[in-house]
Design a protein around this ligand. Structure first.
Ligand SMILES: Cc1cc2nc3c(=O)[nH]c(=O)nc-3n(C[C@H](O)[C@H](O)[C@H](O)COP(=O)(O)OP(=O)(O)OC[C@H]3O[C@@H](n4cnc5c(N)ncnc54)[C@H](O)[C@@H]3O)c2cc1C
Length: 633
């Protein structure tokens, strides 16, 4: 551990008192202690976590200073009850609520992500046997071990293997082109996937990507072969017609209406074997949603997923251990490798080679040993996702002409709602996301099931102390919802990166706040109609509400942008698509206006937020782009 990651003694004392107050143990589960703080220090000592340290230090200082002001005693000297009262007070203040919430969430993450705690709470960790490597793995090479000094040559080089890169590369390999994929992450086997938030964040999620503005927005994405498709929940939705009609109108082409895009969506749905989730894998949460919606006259449905042979293990977000989910690492990439494509893993591309106004290759670095590698290609496709793609291009000073690169970032902000039921829900024994309602999709509200487990629920709950432990112990009776809001505003911006940490801004507009608030109200109505006893909205200062009186309190609440617990899984839009090179970055075929032969085929160039989970859309656009690139080769 580097010395910079050790807390100062006074911070350590406050952090320990904070941890013991919110995580006292009980219900068979151990409480937090000195080791929790040591693990937190280790976690914060990991790559790219440095930006959190000043925020955490400031939160701990504020906690101690306000304790002195209120009680004339340091926070660690307060009684447990006083500590709990003081934390609740700080959580209600605009200035302190976000930093205090952040420290609490990190402590919960660290504490509950331990096997003894998980098992004490009735959870499980999967045991997976290593499998034999398939034959197509012979086309996969580690960049660090690649010893040829000559540049590699191919028809098409693709940066990234996720929803955009995996699909466009495989479609081109299938048409007979020599494709080389370059991926910063590793090709993990099923037995490499661990059911640990902390380990997966470290090893194959992209650590420490946050947008800041009128709230803090953690942005999750994958850093492994398969990109974010390899850690996602498999939901595979088409956008509603009003979205595609909007794209067609704005871009002045019927190609972007659902009629125009239908064959691409259909093709991806066939390849990924998309079908509605099965009731036995959805679990009782499906009955709850159906019952609540029926009582209110709302529509409801089993979500279409790309996991035909799903065994319902429920570990989707950590990587699929059965291989049933057809993420690109299990579908498109193996198909491409069988078609003689090649994949370099552990290689971070950092420069597109441009000669005479055309992209002719790329340079990059082997992450493990710093070796430089060069690739020459007829076409270069960047598919690093809506954050990494603009960062890489901006660093090189490419595609800046329109002034739009990095702008127009949408996050599809996601809050949540949990609720306690008498009946058994058994969320941790079923898939996380298999059922939902699109009753309010025209208003920009998407409500999906979000089953959790002992490592996820406590972090989502705004509760602390004994109430947290008691509620966590009843998690077999807890229903979780993800509440996602359409972005209404001009969006956020990816600016640059400093020491590998992206600088990103994003602000919720009034309309976004209204949408999130309405989403929570609709979720509460559904849950109460289905018989919930208590519910726990994703509002920092309103952690628990009673079923009888809570709905009205939630309706009367007037939350501001900083009051929501909010996350992002769906960043999009930072390489604007359009006809005019003065106002957009890529043309209608995702080729850059400025550098010929350079394509952006990932979430960056989707022409607008689709109001639903975006992987199917990114893949449909990648399928369409492949047709054009094939014709141009
Ligand atoms: C936890 C989670 C759950 C989700 N659930 C769903 C869901 O159920 N349904 C849905 O539709 N969507 C879901 N999503 C979103 C969906 O997975 C993403 O929108 C989609 O995968 C984005 O595609 P992409 O091609 O833009 O980027 P990604 O799929 O993220 O792929 C980008 C790849 O590029 C690599 N890369 C980046 N920069 C470089 C570089 N310089 N050199 C080499 N490689 C690089 C990255 O390591 C990564 O592997 C989820 C996302 C997350 C994180």
């Amino acid at each position: 551990m580097s010395p910079a990651t050790r807390f100062k003694t006074r911070h350590r004392r406050v952090a320990l008192a904070f941890a013991e107050a919110i995580l006292p143990g009980g219900e068979g589960a151990p409480g937090a202690d000195e080791r929790t703080i040591t693990r937190l220090e280790e976690y914060l000592g990991r790559k790219n976590m440095e930006p959190l340290l000043p925020v955490i230090g400031a939160a701990l200082t504020a906690l101690d200073a306000t304790s002195l002001a209120f009680y004339r005693r340091r926070f660690s000297k307060l009684s447990r009850q006083e500590q709990e009262e003081h934390l609740a007070r700080m959580a209600k203040r605009r200035v302190t609520q976000i930093p205090i919430h952040l420290v609490g969430a990190l402590l919960k993450l660290i504490h509950f992500d331990q096997t003894p705690v998980i098992e004490a709470l009735g959870g499980k960790r999967p045991r997976v046997l290593p499998e034999a490597p398939p034959s197509w793995m012979q086309n996969v090479f580690s960049a660090a071990d690649w010893d040829a000094n000559e540049p590699l040559e191919c028809d098409v080089v693709v940066i990234g293997t996720g929803a955009g890169g995996g699909v466009v590369g495989a479609e081109l390999a299938q048409r007979g082109h020599a494709v080389l994929f370059v991926e910063e992450g590793e090709y993990l086997g099923r037995s490499d996937f661990r059911h640990s938030q902390v380990e997966s964040f470290e090893n194959y999620y992209r650590n420490s990507v946050w947008a800041v503005g009128n709230n803090i927005f953690p942005i999750f994405s994958g850093r492994l072969v398969g990109g974010s498709t390899a850690i996602n929940t498999g939901t595979s939705l088409r956008p509603p017609k009003f979205i595609t009609d909007g794209w067609a109108e704005r871009l002045g082409s019927d190609d972007f209406s659902m009629e125009g895009l239908d064959r691409y969506y259909s093709h991806v749905e066939r390849v990924m074997e998309v079908q509605p989730a099965k009731r036995e894998h959805i679990g009782p949460i499906g009955d709850v949603i159906a019952r609540g919606c029926d009582a209110l006259g709302w529509s409801h449905y089993a979500l279409p997923r790309n996991a035909p042979g799903c065994e319902g293990e429920g570990f989707c977000g950590f990587g699929c251990q059965s291989g049933a989910r057809k993420s690109t690492n299990e579908s498109y990439i193996p198909a491409a490798l069988r078609n003689s494509a090649m994949l370099l893993t552990g290689m971070r591309a950092d420069q597109v080679i441009v000669e005479g106004g055309r992209a002719v290759g790329l340079r990059g670095v082997a992450v493990k040993n710093g070796k430089r590698l060069e690739v020459r290609a007829k076409k270069v496709i960047v598919a690093g996702n809506a954050i990494n793609t603009p960062l890489m291009l901006m660093k090189q000073g490419l595609l800046g002409e329109s002034g739009q690169l990095g702008h127009n970032l949408t996050l599809h902000p996601s809050s949540g709602m949990l609720a306690l039921f008498d009946e058994e829900i058994n969320g941790m024994k079923h898939i996380p996301q298999g059922y939902g309602t699109q009753q309010f999709i025209d208003e920009g509200i998407l409500i999906n099931a979000a089953n959790g487990d002992p490592t996820i629920f406590p972090v989502m709950l705004g509760l602390t102390g004994r109430e947290l432990m008691q509620t966590t112990a009843k998690q077999n009776h807890v229903v979780g919802f993800g509440v996602l809001a359409h972005d209404h505003g001009p969006g956020g911006r990816v600016w640059a990166s400093a020491k590998g940490v992206p600088l990103i801004t994003y602000n919720l507009t009034k309309a976004d706040v209204h949408c999130l608030h309405q989403g929570l109200i609709r979720s509460a109505q559904l849950l109460v109609a289905a018989g919930a006893k208590k519910f726990y909205p994703g509002l920092i200062a309103m952690p628990v509400l009673d079923a009888e009186t809570g709905l009205q309190k939630l309706i009367n609440a007037d939350p501001g942008p900083g009051d929501f617990v909010v996350l992002s899984y769906h960043p999009l839009g930072t390489a604007k698509m359009g006809r005019d090179r003065k106002t957009s970055v890529v043309d209608l075929h995702q080729e850059s206006h400025e550098v010929k032969g350079l394509y952006i085929v990932d979430g960056s160039s989707i022409p607008g937020a689709p109001v639903v989970n975006p992987q199917l859309t990114i893949m449909a656009f990648a399928t369409r782009a492949a047709e054009h690139i094939h014709a141009a080769l």
